[in-house]
Design a protein around this ligand. Structure first.
Ligand code: ZN
Length: 136
């Protein structure tokens, strides 16, 4: 089994922001030389996450961040002293990883699907890890 890990650097510019990383993941998969297998995208942070959702209409990710902000308000009597409890909660709601099938050397995404890095306590310099695993 062949594997390759690529580190993506992501610089967020807003406090709450979804940054599309589909092309970086596509490049990491292409560079790995793997034709068929799986690709794991993992975010090693406690106030950021990764998700797969629509990349055609930018209002979709705007609606996602807006509604997450309503579900998890920034101030709500949290006990976490750092003051960013809401960002930790959103991180767990959205999740730290996504898995995508690789077919013919590319991530097998639906027509409207993109891979999104989710910043919940930015702006910051962030990382995402892309682990490509060959099925052979
Ligand atoms: Zn914290």
């Amino acid at each position: 089994m062949k594997t390759k890990t690529t580190r993506l650097e992501i610089e967020t510019t807003e406090h709450t922001q979804m940054v599309e990383i589909t092309e970086q993941v596509r490049r990491a998969v292409a560079k790995s030389g793997v034709r068929d297998g799986v690709c794991l995208v993992f975010v090693p942070h406690t106030t950021a996450a990764v998700t797969i959702n629509e990349n055609a209409d930018p209002d979709v990710v705007r609606d996602i961040t807006m509604e997450l902000g309503k579900i998890v308000p920034w101030e709500d009597g949290y006990r976490h002293r750092e003051g960013n409890a809401a960002a930790h909660l959103k991180c767990s709601l959205v999740g730290a990883s996504e898995t995508v099938i690789i077919e013919n050397g590319a991530p097998l995404l639906g027509t409207w699907q993109g891979i999104w890095f989710c910043e919940f306590d930015g702006p910051r310099r962030r990382k995402a890890l892309v682990k490509v695993i060959s099925e052979d």
